[in-house]
Ligand binder design. Structure first.
Ligand code: SF4
Ligand code: SF4
Length: 410
């Protein structure tokens, strides 16, 4: 029998510190550290290491096409999720009590959902549940809490109508300032609310300027509300929006949040770069800023596992899932909150196939074939891809910096 030839996986990322050499495989997420002598043998595809390193995915067979294997995994995950999970994002309103300049919904018509549309959405959702045992609803806006009646109607009717073996849970994207203690309690009991995402864009002055509330001390109020949400046992994510121009302020903000929110284990804080027309997250300058913020999150205790933060994404974004839909207050259906003009259907079951097919096109960029972080990214943002951009949601540079940081601190 001819012995199989081995090669290094194309998804190995390697960093070095003194005589320690770290190899991290982005597909398997296995990590090993070798001394210089072992490294030389690894480089030479040593027969002595073949079994161990192929078990870790760090060596692969010479004829393996790892890229195609990942594409197959992504496709089978899409098919599996289409069978098992229904995810519906409901814009209760496009009105908002804040005035963030970056809000994509500036292009949205301002309207609130009527109770009649809310009832129609429930019928539509129930009619598409099939045999799926999970139903996730995201309350979205505008500020979704400006239209609590609609949330009440939808949640109540879904809970009453769904079979008992279907798990129904909801989450909300809110600025948080309307979440009174009483409303939080109500949301847990009546909406099966399990998670809240709140965005903070800067220190007190910046935050209050960006939000432009018609009351003072919005920053203090949102921190108080975050504490109340944590106390109620709801999972909270604080999203920090940043761009390459406000990194220093964001670093200060993380320090402030660290002092104000000692319950760090109950809070996920993550920084998200605001998409701009010229943004390419794979650029080195972006990666340096991303890493600087990441390091601060680690130092402040918001991230406790450096390697754990390098996660696989063998999935498409929600826009790529057939059963993931967003419902505007009018009842029109879209696929992604960044493209409210792409109406793919309505609650009467009519579908615009041309628009729908845009989100189904073979969206994986040709550049992904040679990208070492493809197993962490899953092919990027479909909206960006449709608009002729790369839409990278990860970067090899950033992963390398995290690995170097991990190795240096061992
Ligand atoms: S297309 Fe882009 S913006 Fe839209 S859901 Fe997917 S990743 Fe998010
Ligand atoms: S979208 Fe960009 S980061 Fe993601 S796999 Fe493709 S090339 Fe890599």
């Amino acid at each position: 029998m001819v012995k199989k030839k081995m090669k290094k996986s194309k998804y190995n990322i390697e960093v070095k510190h003194k005589d320690k050499n770290l190899i991290f495989n982005t597909k398997t997420r296995n990590c090993i550290i070798l001394d210089n002598d072992e490294w030389t043998r690894y480089e030479g595809i040593s027969a002595e290491y073949e079994k161990e390193l192929s078990d870790l995915g760090i060596y692969v067979n010479d004829f393996d096409d790892e890229y195609e294997e990942i594409v197959d995994i992504i496709n089978s995950n899409i098919a599996r999720d289409n069978e098992t999970i229904r995810s519906h994002t409901i814009y209760t309103t496009t009105y908002c009590n804040a005035h963030c300049h970056y809000c994509f919904e500036d292009s949205f018509v301002r309207e609130s959902m009527s109770l009649q549309t809310a009832n129609k959405i429930v019928d539509y959702i129930l009619g598409r549940q099939g045999n799926s045992k999970k139903l996730y609803v995201i309350w979205f806006g505008g500020e979704p809490l400006l239209n609590v009646n609609v949330i009440d109607v939808i949640a109540k009717k879904l809970k009453k109508s769904l079979p008992s073996d279907v798990e129904f849970r909801s989450s909300i994207y809110t600025n948080g300032v309307l979440f009174s203690d009483k409303l939080i309690e109500h949301a847990v009991a009546e909406w099966n609310l399990k998670a809240v995402q709140i965005t903070i864009d800067g220190l007190k002055t910046t935050y209050e300027n960006i939000k432009g509330y018609n009351f003072d001390n919005g920053f203090d109020l949102v921190i108080e509300r975050i504490r109340a949400i944590i106390k109620a046992g709801i999972r909270i994510q604080i999203r920090i929006n940043y761009d390459d121009n406000n990194v220093n302020e964001i670093l200060e903000l993380i320090d402030v949040l660290s002092d104000l929110l000692p319950q760090k284990k109950d809070v996920v804080v993550y920084a998200n770069k605001i998409f701009r027309s010229d943004t390419d997250n794979s650029k080195k300058s972006s990666a340096i800023n991303d890493f600087t913020i990441f390091k601060k999150l680690v130092e402040c205790g918001f991230c406790r596992d450096i390697l754990g933060s390098i996660k696989n994404n063998f999935n498409t974004c929600l826009a790529g899932s057939e059963y993931s839909k967003l419902y505007l207050p009018s009842g029109y259906i879209i696929k992604c909150d960044r493209d409210c003009k792409s109406i793919v259907g309505n609650l009467d079951g009519e579908t615009n196939q041309d628009e729908l097919s845009k989100w189904k096109v073979n969206r994986i960029n040709v550049m992904c074939r040679d990208c070492k972080v493809f197993p962490l990214c899953g092919g990027g943002c479909i909206y960006e891809f449709i608009n002729g951009k790369k839409g990278c949601m990860n970067s090899e540079e950033l992963v390398k910096m995290k690995l170097q940081y991990y190795l240096d601190t061992l």
